[in-house]
Design a protein around this ligand. Structure first.
Ligand code: SF4
Ligand code: SF4
Length: 326
């Protein structure tokens, strides 16, 4: 484990930029934080998880699949340098681990791995949450982790690449700093995890009546904020754009809260009501994914609860389910 002053960390990042395409938490002109290029805003490591979908680094909102210009097919080349992405919290890293499995399953998703393959992922934790609160360490699931202890950043490597990068740093962490990091690793499931498991058990046992989903559907205004913010939402639509010279095929994030999400060419829509679409959003993560993947695919990042204007994000719905039917 190594330690860095904030200035040394800036130098470390500048040094990394020679070998990697850097993506770090930055402050945008509108005052919000996102994970982006240091050229687009000043470094903003404090304040907790960024509000947007962090997995957009590998699964962007819109990307070109291929172009066919004058009959010549071409695909976007991989980036000139591999990505180095800093800013995933422990829960974000769980989400990334989950979608890595998703995109590698069956037919491997070339577009996703074009960016993901060879990327270095750095977690962020320590006393850099909102108003200096503790962001729990991930203690894995990434190449290396930066943990803010007082005014020092501890660098904890996990993978071979992380270890190589940390080797270049001069100062070893003190035993007290190492102990602070160790003591911050959660040892018991948090309340949110227990709540989701209870809600999942209710759904898997089919103990939730249709009337609940009708009520929920009434409250959804189909703004899609929940899906757009969610790091484990992976649905997308495909479009062809024609020009005088050819065609570009691209993909764009989709939302299961939209009427056209599953509508078939015949007009039949298996998710033809807000109630069914709202049920699907919750059921997919808490019941269908546990059956397919052996785990709930919500990692309690809280983004959908923060984004939903009508208060029916995942944690709010889970709490309601458990209170009413548990
Ligand atoms: S809390 Fe919401 S946004 Fe976060 S992983 Fe769960 S469903 Fe997705
Ligand atoms: S954020 Fe809330 S209102 Fe908007 S689509 Fe999602 S559930 Fe519906």
């Amino acid at each position: 484990m190594k330690s860095l002053t904030p200035l040394q960390l800036e130098h470390f990042l500048a040094h990394l930029a020679e070998r990697y395409e850097l993506r770090v938490p930055i402050l945008l002109p509108d005052g919000t934080r996102t994970i982006g290029s240091p050229d687009d805003g000043p470094l903003a490591l404090l304040g907790g998880a960024v509000p947007g979908k962090p997995t957009a680094a590998f699964f962007p909102q819109q990307e070109t699949i291929f172009t066919a210009i004058h009959g010549r097919l071409s695909q976007a080349p991989p980036p000139p340098k591999p990505l180095f992405i800093l800013g995933f919290t422990a829960t974000d890293l769980e989400c990334l681990r989950f979608i890595d499995r998703f995109f590698a399953d069956g037919i491997r998703d070339d577009l996703y791995f074009r960016l993901r393959q060879g990327a270095v992922v750095a977690g962020i934790s320590g006393y850099c949450g909102a108003k200096g609160t503790l962001l729990p360490p991930a203690a894995g699931n990434c190449d290396l982790e930066l943990f803010l202890a007082g005014d020092t950043w501890l660098v904890i490597p996990y993978s071979g690449t992380g270890t190589e990068l940390a080797k270049e740093l001069p100062n070893a962490a003190t035993p007290e700093e190492a102990e602070l990091f160790k003591c911050s690793i959660p040892t018991v499931p948090d309340g949110g995890e227990t709540l989701l498991q209870a809600a999942s058990a209710l759904l898997c046992a089919d103990r939730v009546p249709d009337s609940f989903w009708e009520e929920l559907g009434e409250r959804c205004i189909a703004c899609t904020g929940c899906n757009l913010a969610c790091p484990t939402c992976t649905c997308f639509g495909v479009q062809d754009w024609r020009s005088s010279t050819g065609v570009e095929r691209s993909r764009t994030w989709d939302s299961c809260q939209l009427d056209g999400f599953m509508r078939e060419a015949s007009g039949h829509n298996p998710l033809g009501s807000e109630a069914l679409r709202s049920r699907r959003r919750i059921h997919h993560k808490l019941a269908a994914d546990p059956r397919k993947w052996g785990e709930i695919s919500c990692f309690r990042c809280g983004r959908c609860d923060a984004a939903c204007p009508t208060g029916i994000g995942m944690m709010a719905v889970a709490a309601d389910l458990v209170a009413r039917f548990g």
